[in-house]
Design a protein around this ligand. Structure first.
Ligand SMILES: Cc1cc2nc3c(=O)[nH]c(=O)nc-3n(C[C@H](O)[C@H](O)[C@H](O)COP(=O)(O)O)c2cc1C
Length: 235
C-alpha cells in the first residue's frame, strides 16, 4: 500500500521537482558546481575545526543538500539554484542566507552515498532508502560540537520526512542542552512532521518549532524572509 502511494507520489514529485529551485538556464555546469562543492568541503573541514566559539558566535549551520551528494556528471540535472552567479543546492542557499544574518559556521552534512543526479532515479532511490530504514554513512563530522550552543539544521523534505542521512546525523551527535533550529526546503509538504521527529531523536535538546520552511520555487527570493525569521528568533 505504502509503495503504491509512493509510486503515484513519485510521478507527481518527479514532475514538480523538475521545475526545482532553479531552471535549466540557472543550472550550473557540472564543473562549476563541483568546484563550488570542493571549496565548501574544504572550508567546512578546516574552519569548522579551528573557529573558536567566540568567533562563530556559538552558532553552527548544518545542512544537507542533494547537490553536494550527487554523482559528478549529473549535478546539473539535480536541484540547483544560482544566486549571485554561484550554483548551489537549495538548502545550501538558505543556509548561507541564515549565515549572512546570524553569523556562525556552515557545516555541510555529506555521505559516502553518491545519490543519482537524475531526479527520477533519485526519487526512486530515496524511497527505497526510506523503506529500508537505512543509515547512510557520514563522511563529514563536527569536530568541535562543544563550541556550539545553537545549531541550525537544514534539510530537504524527502518523502514527507527528512532524508535518511539526517537520521545518521542525529544519531551521531548528542545535542543535549543545545538549541536546534530546523529549516527546510520543500515542494509542497513544508516540514511534514520532521520537527517533532527531531525532538524525539534529541530529547534533551530544545528544538525550536518555529523553523523556517520555503518552497523550492521561492528559494532565490527568500533572503528577506530568512532575515526576518532569524531576527525574530533573537539569538
Ligand atoms: C527524493 C525526493 C523526495 C522528495 N519528496 C518530497 C516530498 O515528499 N514533499 C515535498 O514537498 N517535496 C519533496 N521533494 C522536493 C524536495 O524537497 C526539494 O527538491 C528539495 O528541498 C531541494 O533541496 P536541495 O536542492 O537542497 O536538495 C522531494 C525531492 C526528492 C529528490
Amino acid at each position: 500500500m505504502r509503495k503504491s502511494i509512493k509510486n503515484v507520489a513519485l510521478c507527481m514529485a518527479a514532475a514538480l521537482f523538475l521545475t526545482a529551485c532553479g531552471n535549466s538556464q540557472e543550472a550550473a555546469t557540472t564543473a562549476e558546481a563541483n568546484s563550488t562543492d570542493a571549496a565548501k568541503i574544504e572550508s567546512v573541514q578546516s574552519d569548522g575545526a579551528e573557529e573558536s566559539a567566540e568567533d562563530s558566535g556559538n552558532m553552527l549551520i548544518a545542512y544537507f543538500t542533494a547537490a553536494e551528494n550527487s554523482v559528478v556528471d549529473a549535478v546539473s540535472s539535480a536541484s540547483v539554484v544560482t544566486i549571485d552567479g554561484e550554483a548551489k543546492g537549495c538548502v545550501q542557499a538558505v543556509a548561507e542566507m541564515i549565515q549572512e544574518t546570524a553569523g556562525g559556521e556552515l557545516f555541510s552534512i555529506q555521505t559516502s552515498v553518491e545519490y543519482p543526479g537524475d531526479i527520477g532515479e533519485l526519487i526512486d532511490y530515496a524511497a527505497i532508502e526510506q523503506d529500508e530504514n537505512e543509515r547512510p554513512e557520514l563522511t563529514t563530522h563536527i569536530e568541535n560540537l562543544e563550541d556550539y550552543d545553537v545549531i541550525f539544521v537544514g534539510y530537504p523534505n524527502w518523502w514527507y520526512d527528512m532524508p535518511m542521512v539526517m537520521y545518521s546525523f542525529f544519531e551521531e551527535y548528542d545535542f543535549s542542552g543545545k538549541t536546534i533550529i530546523p529549516f527546510n526546503v520543500h515542494n509542497g509538504s513544508r516540514f511534514s512532521s520532521t520537527i517533532s521527529t527531531i525532538q524525539e531523536l534529541e530529547p534533551e535538546a530544545m528544538v525550536i518549532e518555529d523553523g523556517f520552511t520555503v518552497s523550492i520555487n521561492n528559494v532565490t527570493a527568500a533572503e528577506e524572509s530568512v532575515k526576518e525569521w532569524v531576527d525574530a528568533l533573537n539569538y
